[in-house]
Design a protein around this ligand. Structure first.
Ligand code: PMP
Length: 419
């Protein structure tokens, strides 16, 4: 195949792409003189007008602190904050809004569970099961509580394609197993984990399960009840919402049994110098003034995503992934890292003999934004024997023309390096 004969196929029929793209003002700009192609959605997605306007509208009209005053603006701010909680709860199939704790993002959600839920239950010799494809955010918090207590991590191995090797999965569980924590979708490989089946195994052994949904919620329907997990963590900014806001969903019985993670205003029922009585969840875990505008923006992002349908978004993105993967194979020296099925729309790759940072820099001069580096998943890099990769990750607004621009950019990289 030659580089000049891209396969032309119709864009996904289910989505009105032009309309979707019109919703995202940031996409309509030039970078280094070329129309921007934003393919770093795994790191953070762009924001639609609905979210930008929700943030702006909140600050223009309703801004006040929540839960604290009787005046009208305080009431409006509180209503908007709690309405966002309801939307998030419904979006992931929670039983009740109070099972949703607003946090800064996935990282804070996992740290909250590690310290408030697991740490008090952990003794020397206990075990925490993780998988070999986790983001650092789903490794280091567990490592920290394990180091403090003398517990240890056990890791589900990853095969050559990037799938988990589950033959011996059940044998990892024993009387000392206290937690299973795993990604729903790998940010480095795109692998979609069989979270429901793995949760079933853990539950048979009475082991609680946390799922890191950072790369899942914007790309497929998530139903925490159907999965059967105990905790589900995700970030607003990877699902078209603002940065600095995310959610931890937890079973109410667990949340009620957990000590607060931080102390401060909002999270107490009564305070004296002799001792304090904590508020019920979720307020117990939301010490201090929360990111009210962020929650409002996240609520708007949920509504935006629901209107499109996460499954429709995911189908469109997978279509782009298949097209991009096929075309990437035309490029001399390119090796895709992560070929397991089922796979979300994440295309990680290396160009033989060329450092990923050079790939990223040259693509940037072509207006194409990709992520390069270890992707906060160093164990995955070690598993595949590469120091770094380049990653194109797709969102609902990406197009086949943009994939063509990526591919043309990669030819350019090869050209610069004399290949
Ligand atoms: N887990 C996964 C799988 C991720 O992709 C990310 C973000 N790259 C995180 C956790 C951390 O998310 P945040 O930085 O929003 O806390």
């Amino acid at each position: 195949m030659t580089r000049h004969a891209p396969e032309r196929m119709p864009e996904s029929a289910a989505l009105d792409l032009e309309r979707v793209r019109a919703d995202f003002p940031v996409l309509h700009q030039r970078v280094h003189g070329r129309p921007l192609v934003y393919l770093d959605n795994g790191a953070t997605t762009q924001k639609p007008l609905a979210v930008i306007e929700a943030l702006s509208g909140y600050y223009r009209h309703d801004n006040a602190n929540v839960h604290r005053a009787v005046h009208t603006l305080a009431q409006r701010a509180t209503d908007a904050y709690e309405a966002a909680r309801q939307r998030v709860a419904r979006f992931i199939g929670a039983q009740a809004p109070n099972e949703v704790v607003f946090v800064r993002g996935t990282t804070e959600a996992i740290n909250l569970v590690a310290w408030s839920f697991l740490r008090p239950r952990l003794r020397a010799g206990d075990e925490i099961i993780l998988t070999g494809l986790e983001h650092h955010s789903n490794i280091v918090p567990w490592q920290l509580v394990a180091e403090e207590t003398g517990a240890r991590l056990r890791v589900v191995p990853v095969d050559e394609q990037g799938a988990l090797i589950l033959d011996d999965f059940e044998s990892l569980f024993n009387a000392r197993t206290r937690m299973l924590a795993m990604a729903h979708v790998s940010n480095a490989l795109g692998t979609i984990l069989p979270v429901q089946e793995m949760t079933d195994v853990a539950r048979r052994h009475g082991v609680p399960v946390l799922i890191d949904g950072a790369q899942a919620v914007a790309h497929q329907t998530v139903d925490v009840q159907a999965i059967g997990c105990d905790f589900y963590a995700f970030s607003g900014h990877k699902m078209y919402g603002p940065t600095g806001i995310g959610a931890l969903w937890g079973r109410m019985s667990h949340l009620q049994a957990m000590r607060p993670y931080q102390g401060g205003g909002e999270m107490i029922r009564r305070v004296s110098f002799e001792g304090s009585e904590y508020a019920p969840p979720p307020a117990r875990f939301e010490a201090g003034t929360p990111h009210i505008a962020g929650a409002v923006g996240l609520g708007a992002a949920v509504s935006y995503l629901e209107a499109i349908g996460p499954d429709a978004a995911g189908a469109h993105e997978r279509d782009l992934l298949q097209y991009a993967t096929r075309r990437a194979q035309e490029i001399p020296g390119l090796r895709v890292i992560g070929t397991a099925e089922p796979k979300a729309a994440i295309l990680s790759f290396v160009l033989e003999g060329i450092h990923a940072h050079d790939v990223g820099t040259i693509l940037d001069t072509e207006g194409v934004a990709v992520r390069v580096g270890h992707l906060c998943a160093m164990p995955v890099m070690q598993r595949f024997g590469v120091p770094a990769v380049a990653r194109a990750s797709f969102a609902v607004y990406n197009t086949r023309d943009e994939v063509d621009r990526l591919i043309a950019g990669l030819w350019k990289v090869n050209e610069v390096f004399g290949r």
